[in-house]
Design a protein around this ligand. Structure first.
Ligand code: ATP
Length: 236
C-alpha cells in the first residue's frame, strides 16, 4: 500500500515532555511531482512535524509511511529521503564541492559522479562551488546546504524554511531550484511562514495553525477561496 507514494502522514501527534501538544491530527500526502508547502505562522508546529518525519524526534501517536515503509523511530532514515539539516557546518578551508564530497563519504554510500553533477546542476551553484566556503554569503551557504540534501537525488526532499534569511532574488532562485527538483518522479516538502512564497513555489499546501491542519489541497484552491486562511497566516 502506498508503495509509490513518497510520503503519507496519518494522525500525527506530538506532545513534548512538559505535556505541551505541539501538533495533533496531522494527516497529508506528498505525491511524486508535487512541491508541497507546509505553511503556518511561527510556533504552528512546522518544525516539529518535519523533525518527526526525519526521525529526529518520536511522535506521540500517528503513522508515517515513506514509499510504503512505516517509519520506525530510531531506525535509519531511508536513502530515498534527503533533508536540509539545521545549520549544517561546512569546513571553511575547503570548497563547496569538497565539502559535499566529504559529507557524502561520511555517509558511506556509494559515489555516483553523474548524480553528484546533477544535484549541483539543479541546485544552481555554478562556478562558486569551487570557492572556499569561508567566502560564501549566507545565501550561498543555504544553497550549498540544499545541494547537500539533494546529493543522492533522493526521491523525497524535506526542507525546513529554506528561504529563511534570503533576499528576494535568492528566494526566486530557490523557487526555481525546488520546481526543477520535483520532476523526474521526485517530490519536495518545504515549510514556510509566508503565504506568498508557498503560493509562488508550491503545487500543494498544507496549512497549519496551533498544531492543527486548517486547510490543505492544491495551492490554487487554498489561496483566494479561503480568506480565513489568509487572515491566519498573512500577518506573521
Ligand atoms: P518556527 O517557525 O518558529 O520553527 P514552527 O511552526 O516550526 O515554528 P515548532 O518549532 O514546531 O513550530 O513549535 C511548535 C510548538 O511546540 C511551539 O509552541 C514550541 O514552543 C513548542 N516546542 C517546540 N519544541 C519543543 C520542545 N522541545 N519542548 C517543548 N515545547 C516545544
Amino acid at each position: 500500500e502506498h508503495a509509490d507514494t513518497p510520503l503519507v502522514v496519518n494522525g500525527l501527534r506530538k506532545a513534548y515532555g512538559d505535556g505541551f501538544v505541539a501538533v495533533q491530527e496531522i494527516g497529508f500526502t506528498v505525491e511524486r511531482g508535487q512541491v508541497v508547502g507546509l505553511l503556518g505562522p511561527n510556533g504552528a508546529g512546522k518544525t516539529t512535524t518535519l523533525r518527526v518525519l526525519m526521525g529526529l524526534t518520536q511522535p506521540t501517536a500517528g503513522e508515517i509511511y515513506v514509499f510504503g515503509h512505516r517509519l520506525v523511530p530510531g531506525a535509519p532514515i531511508l536513502s530515498r529521503v534527503g533533508a536540509l539539516v539545521e545549520g549544517p557546518g561546512f569546513l571553511p578551508h575547503l570548497s563547496g564541492a569538497e565539502n559535499l564530497r566529504a559529507y557524502w563519504q561520511a555517509t558511506g554510500r556509494p559515489w555516483a559522479d553523474a548524480r553528484f553533477e546533477e544535484a549541483l546542476e539543479i541546485a544552481g551553484l555554478g562556478d562558486s562551488v569551487h570557492r572556499k566556503t569561508r567566502k560564501y554569503s549566507h545565501g550561498m551557504r543555504q544553497r550549498l546546504a540544499i545541494a547537500q540534501a539533494m546529493l543522492g537525488l533522493p526521491e523525497l526532499l524535506v526542507l525546513d524554511e529554506p528561504t529563511d534569511g534570503l533576499d528576494p532574488p535568492q528566494i526566486a532562485e530557490m523557487r526555481r531550484v525546488l520546481q526543477r527538483y520535483a520532476t523526474d518522479g521526485r517530490a519536495v516538502l518545504v515549510s514556510s511562514h509566508l503565504l506568498a512564497e508557498v503560493e509562488q513555489t508550491c503545487t500543494h499546501a498544507v496549512v497549519v495553525n496551533k498544531g492543527r491542519i486548517v486547510a490543505s489541497g492544491p495551492v490554487s484552491d487554498i489561496v483566494g477561496d479561503s480568506p480565513s486562511v489568509q487572515l491566519d497566516v498573512s500577518d506573521v
